[in-house]
Design a protein around this ligand. Structure first.
Ligand SMILES: NC(=O)C1=CN([C@@H]2O[C@H](COP(=O)(O)OP(=O)(O)OC[C@H]3O[C@@H](n4cnc5c(N)ncnc54)[C@H](OP(=O)(O)O)[C@@H]3O)[C@@H](O)[C@H]2O)C=CC1
Ligand SMILES: O=CC(=O)O
Length: 321
């Protein structure tokens, strides 16, 4: 009997896929630091029973129509906005993601970014490297306090709640907004549910932690930034598409808000000429929310476990429904 064909759209360490090498006919894109080309993915899909994707791989109708044997798309990410899930389901293709295993690492990074933006860590580091440090002075690199301030989390899901736990450690007042209230999380954390506009008006730190959907696309626009305090700091570790970047640029430039910490951008990767990088009050990271070795290995393993289950006719651990 022929082995199922599994296409890995990104090179991952051998130790992760080795356990499957006798069960599957594994084909792999040969580069770790370069996304698979669309042409290659299109070709590979003709024969693949399963594909392992990352968030850089757009899997749309045209590609799926080419996947005559395709049973599962296993995305190595909790977000799945790169995949047309509705169409996959119509065709009976299972889509899986990697929730939970990355929650704590992403919350750590989100809070680190919040601290870095508030206390101007990157700017200060750059200052010393450029040999500009001459003396201590009373308001030199003076930032914003985090402790005892109000944090507003838009998207109080798995990662949002983990961020809230960290905020509590800093004695912060936690507000949140979701489409649905979460009384369980309110009790666990001591968080308060508020309408979106109230969250914007009352928060010292506004953190976006929603998935990118039709509803959240461009959620943070001129109107939203205008509602925020002039002293507010905006943090985004969800997806760049939730923000209108032109509006954010103007809000930061005109002092409508104080600063931003961004791990994600509308079109990634961005280059050094990106308008937001011209502003000192932006702390920017290259989409590294879940980037610890342990977490990334767990994400890869979970994606492969999902493939194994589906190819063996079983339910995957973490299906996207
Ligand atoms: N920067 C990085 O490297 C990483 C980024 N991410 C991003 O973080 C996102 C969240 O992950 P995770 O916490 O696991 O996901 P969850 O699904 O657990 O949480 C998402 C939350 O967003 C809320 N939400 C959805 N739509 C809206 C809306 N229109 N308005 C307000 N709230 C909304 C949901 O509540 P409700 O349905 O009630 O509205 C839910 O509570 C991922 O989708 C991904 O895009 C994740 C990991 C790493
Ligand atoms: O952005 C990362 C993810 O897992 O989603």
């Amino acid at each position: 009997m022929s082995r199922p064909r599994v296409y890995m759209a990104r090179k991952i360490p051998e130790k992760i896929w080795m356990p499957y090498k006798d069960q599957w006919d594994i084909q792999m894109w040969p580069y770790e630091d370069l996304p698979v080309s669309r042409t290659e993915l299109f070709q590979q899909l003709k024969q693949a029973d399963a594909i392992f994707t990352t968030l850089t791989d757009v899997v749309d109708q045209e590609l799926m129509d080419n996947g005559k044997h395709l049973k599962i798309i296993a995305n190595m990410a909790v977000g799945y906005d790169n995949i047309d899930v509705e169409y996959a389901h119509k065709k009976g293709i299972i889509v899986t993601n990697t929730p939970d295993v990355l929650t704590e690492s992403t919350a750590d990074l989100t809070f680190a970014l919040l601290l870095a933006a508030a206390r101007r860590l990157v700017e200060a580091n750059q200052y010393i490297r450029e040999d500009k440090w001459t003396t201590w002075s009373p308001l030199f690199m003076a930032g914003t306090d985090v402790h005892h301030k109000t944090i507003g989390i838009v998207g109080m899901g798995r990662i949002g709640e983990a961020v809230a736990h960290r905020a509590k450690g800093f004695h912060m007042n936690v507000l949140y907004h979701n489409r649905r209230r979460r009384p369980d999380a309110e009790k666990r954390i001591g968080a308060t549910y508020v309408p979106f506009e109230d969250l914007l008006e009352q928060s010292d730190f506004v953190v976006c932690m929603t998935p990118l959907t039709r509803e959240t696309e461009g959620l943070f626009d001129r109107k939203a930034f205008q509602k925020m305090k002039h002293t507010a700091i905006f943090i985004n570790t969800s997806r760049g598409g939730t923000v209108n970047e032109q509006d954010l640029y103007e809000a930061l430039k005109e002092g409508k808000i104080l600063a931003a910490g961004l791990d994600v951008f509308q079109h990634e990767p961005i280059g050094k000429d990106h308008p937001l990088l011209q502003l000192d009050n932006v702390t920017a990271l290259p989409h590294i929310g879940s980037a610890t070795k342990d977490t990334r290995y767990q994400m890869m393993k979970l994606a492969l476990e999902n493939i194994e289950l589906v190819l063996n006719g079983k339910k995957p651990k973490t299906p996207v429904t």
